[in-house]
Write a protein that binds this ligand. Structure first.
Ligand code: SAM
Length: 423
């Protein structure tokens, strides 16, 4: 599909070309939006163009199903899913209907994407729909396969809440170091050591960021390390990068070893530790091959997963995560869990977490684990404050879902289970 061009495009067009390359990477090649960004944005002159390409692609993915329904309503024969004309129309419609771009600019910036091809068709379909005064439904529709899957797992209300969550911009939460002053930040505190930011100031420009007083972390993502409690010995953060939970553990007084297999992501972890002045021993290794020298008091396994719980910020997961990927991730998690379980000292804790809305990566995973590991029991930490509407299930684990804390802007979907190795 589209490649960087050598001739000069009109202003605004290069960002749309990059957005098209991003959509192609996600929808045809199954790549994550963030993973595809560097390649798709190569050749863009300006940093703002890269951000704009990302914003257009992400917004298109939020409205993809509704975009396609509109396009299909205006074409005599359905365009193939991978037709360039469909991609161009998706971008034009999203800009016009969801991003406040003037209609003439929305179409003018995508027509060069189909130069030498179906320009007339793209122009015609866009014009027909705009003249009809079409709008996107509110809330946006989930892709049918996802709606079906979450309907089966969680029911109709959660599917509806997920749609509403796509429509609203996700809040920015921060976790503060214990000695930081939450009132220095503009926003609302929903837990001790937490602020949900308000106002338009960029993150790096806010009070205390440069001084390393806090870091960005969704409130749901802050729960696994909170459950581990105050530092009481050695902690192994097994899938640690970029380090949100490593910093929480270090700030809580744990003596942390942070391990991850991704050098790129570990570079971000190092930068985070440097900015916050927190300390951890950092190891670049594959947890499926590495072994610690001695057992530890705490293992936090924030396992790699399908990431469907963070669909608000990463809407690509709605389109590229299929049952085969969920099964593959669940198998990897089971292998990591089995290894980690041997490294916790008797009486120590194992906290397992995934940012997934799939029970296979949460509830089912822990049920299967406990069947083979009679030396573990689930133990909710009742002394740790939880956000409104979040409480341990009868089995002892915590599950956050779309719709949790909805009146305050919601939270990511997470599964968290704290277990104790019997003494
Ligand atoms: C959910 S992310 C971790 C987020 C991190 N805990 C935080 O709070 O910032 C999962 C991490 O697991 C790492 N990972 C995946 N497979 C791994 C393996 N076999 N060994 C070590 N790290 C792995 C990935 O590189 C990724 O950084």
């Amino acid at each position: 599909m589209a490649r960087p061009r050598l001739h000069r495009d009109a202003p605004g067009v290069p960002a749309r070309r990059a957005a098209l390359r991003l959509l192609d990477a996600v929808l045809r090649r199954g790549l994550a939006l963030e993973a595809a960004l560097d390649t798709a944005a190569r050749g863009l002159d300006k940093r703002e163009d890269r951000a704009l390409a990302h914003a257009i692609a992400a917004e298109t993915l939020r409205h993809l199903h509704d975009c396609d329904a509109l396009i299909d309503s205006a074409t005599a024969r359905p365009l193939p899913d991978d037709a360039k004309a469909r991609f161009a129309l998706r971008i034009a419609l999203t800009q016009a209907l969801a991003m406040g771009v003037a209609h003439h600019a929305a179409i003018a910036t995508v027509l060069p994407l189909v130069d030498g091809g179906p320009r007339k068709l793209v122009h015609g379909v866009f014009g027909t729909l705009i003249r009809k005064g079409v709008t996107f439904p509110n809330p946006p529709a989930l892709p049918p396969a996802v709606a079906q899957r979450w309907q089966t797992s969680w029911g109709e209300d959660i599917v509806r809440a997920a749609g509403a969550a796509i429509a609203a911009p996700p809040p920015i939460d921060v976790t503060l170091k214990p000695d930081a002053d939450p009132t220095a930040l503009e926003g609302e505190s929903l837990l001790p050591g937490h602020v949900r930011l308000s106002g338009d100031t960029s993150v790096p420009a806010r009070a205390g960021f440069a001084e390393g007083q806090w870091w960005v972390q969704d409130i749901a993502a802050s729960l696994p390390a909170r459950l581990a409690g105050r530092g009481a010995g050695t902690a192994l953060d097994l899938c640690a990068a970029p380090g949100g939970k490593t910093m929480q553990l270090a700030a809580a007084g744990w003596q942390v070893t942070a391990l991850d297999r991704s050098e790129n992501r570990l570079a971000r972890l190092h930068a985070n530790l440097e900015r916050t002045g927190l300390t951890a021993t950092v190891i670049a290794a594959d947890a499926l091959e590495w072994t610690p020298e001695q057992p530890v008091d705490l293992i936090l396994l924030d396992a790699p997963c399908s990431a469907t719980g963070i669909f608000r910020r990463h809407p690509d997961v709605l389109h590229r995560v299929r049952p085969a990927i969920i099964a593959e991730m669940a198998e990897l998690q089971a292998r990591l869990l089995a290894r980690a379980a041997d490294w916790v000292r008797p009486g120590g804790q194992l906290v397992y977490a995934t940012c997934s809305l799939e029970p296979e990566e949460g509830e089912r995973q822990i049920e299967a684990f406990l069947k083979t590991r009679s030396d573990y029991r689930v133990e909710p930490e009742t002394a740790v404050p939880l956000p409104d509407g979040v409480m341990p299930f009868s089995q002892g684990w915590i599950r956050t879902l779309p719709g949790t804390l909805a009146d305050k802007g919601g939270m990511d979907g997470f599964f968290i289970c704290r277990m104790i190795r019997k003494g």
